[in-house]
Design a protein around this ligand. Structure first.
Ligand SMILES: Cc1cc2nc3c(=O)[nH]c(=O)nc-3n(C[C@H](O)[C@H](O)[C@H](O)COP(=O)(O)O)c2cc1C
Length: 384
């Protein structure tokens, strides 16, 4: 059966077995040191077992001060490699392509984890849990939200050091065995703040017009490609539009994607919003597939493959996005937390019961197809 969602996709030398990816999702479960724990392994391995062709880890912080919270995973030292190798190996051993994402959170760093409020760290967090706030940086000294800490504007030396950190983190991601790397350029984190005119008032070569504001994102692409082998695919996550008037636009995203093409970026990972607390509902309603039109336009106008994300939950919908050529890959986020076997269920929904045994893990498929057929037969008997 030739179902669009289950067609393999070859990017450079890597073949993704189907079009389903697990979107990067921070777990806020690392210790202070940014090290991998059993939780991360179990969480990601079960996603690989569950039928996604590609499984992204959460965003890995390239420097400690670039973490969102004290509980994020890190990739700022070689000491992180052992745990990250275990994650990449665990994803691959359970049938998916291991993928990761790099982040510097910029002015949205130094925040309490969601289960402690998701607000900037304060003296109270330091007193109660030993989580002292740390100074944050950005393109310009403009806070993310009223009352949030004012970041310091990065100097040209800071930018140079940041690019070195990007290259070093990329080198470690390769050593850890990941086969896809995504750069987090969205959601109000550091790179996004350089792109948006609402957060970038710089007067040097990293600010001003669109070309100036794009410069950091493009330099980052070069830094990644200096360490990421040409055989391996490189994705870039963008907030395709800002969540406010006068911000970054879809036209800007198309322009940037075209520039990425010549920097050996392979896939544009199409998200939106997050520059501040205001979120995209101000501009687009949150309905299933609300960001698909961004992936569609960028795909058509930049010529690069795209990944669509955002409230994609129904397999028929996901399949139609790929079938219609609106995006090449579908990223599943919260629905995978709800149902880590989403990919396997999608297979049955789209291809029928005969897909159980070939598609599902051996210890499950044999039993489930027999259960499903028995239930079907009992329904027929009841209907007679
Ligand atoms: C718990 C959680 C953690 C997230 N962490 C990240 C992250 O590390 N990097 C990222 O780019 N997006 C992150 N996101 C956003 C998701 O990748 C995804 O884009 C978003 O949830 C929308 O997709 P969905 O509607 O399928 O959940 C996170 C989302 C959730 C729910």
């Amino acid at each position: 059966m030739d179902t669009a969602l289950f067609r393999p996709l070859t990017l450079r030398n890597v073949t993704l077995p189907n079009r389903i990816t697990i979107s990067p999702m921070q777990q806020y479960m690392a210790g202070r040191d940014g090290f991998v724990r059993d939780w991360h392994f179990v969480h990601l391995a079960k996603m690989a077992v569950g039928g996604a062709g590609t499984v992204f880890t959460e965003a890995l912080a390239i420097v400690p001060e670039g973490r969102v919270t004290y509980h994020d995973l890190g990739i700022w030292s070689d000491d992180h490699l052992e745990g990250l190798k275990r994650l990449a190996g665990g994803i691959a051993d359970h049938g998916a392509v291991p993928a990761t994402q790099l982040i510097h959170a910029g002015r949205k760093a130094s925040v309490a984890p969601p289960y402690h409020g998701f607000e900037p760290l304060s003296q109270k967090d330091a007193d109660e849990r030993g989580e002292a706030p740390w100074p944050v940086v950005s393109a310009s000294a403009i806070e993310a939200n009223p009352g949030w800490p004012t970041p310091s504007a990065m100097s040209l030396d800071d930018i140079k050091r940041f690019l070195d950190h990007v290259a070093a983190a990329t080198r470690r991601a390769r050593k850890a065995g990941f086969q896809v790397l995504d750069m987090h350029g969205a959601h109000g984190y550091l790179i996004h703040c350089f792109l948006s005119p609402l957060s970038n008032e710089r007067e040097d070569e990293y600010g001003g017009d669109l070309q100036g504001r794009m410069k950091l994102a493009l330099d980052v692409a070069d830094a990644v490609r200096s360490e990421w082998p040409s055989e391996l695919p490189f994705f870039y996550r963008l907030s395709c539009i800002d969540d406010a008037e006068g911000g970054w636009t879809l036209d800007d995203s198309v322009e940037l994607s075209r520039a990425f093409k010549s920097r050996n970026v392979d896939v544009i990972d199409c998200s939106s919003g997050g520059l501040g607390r205001r979120t995209t509902p101000l501009i687009i309603p949150r309905e299933p597939g609300y960001q698909v039109p961004f992936a569609d336009r960028i795909r058509k106008e930049s010529g690069l493959p795209t990944m669509a994300v955002g409230l994609i939950m129904d397999p028929v919908h996901a399949n139609s996005i790929v079938e219609k050529g609106e995006a090449d890959l579908i990223a599943i986020g919260r629905e995978a937390l709800n149902n880590p076997n989403w990919g396997l269920h999608a297979r049955i929904a789209l291809e029928g019961l005969d897909a159980y045994e070939p598609a599902w893990p051996k210890p499950y498929g044999w039993w489930l197809v027999r259960r499903a057929k028995a239930l079907e037969a009992s329904k027929q008997v009841a209907a007679q």
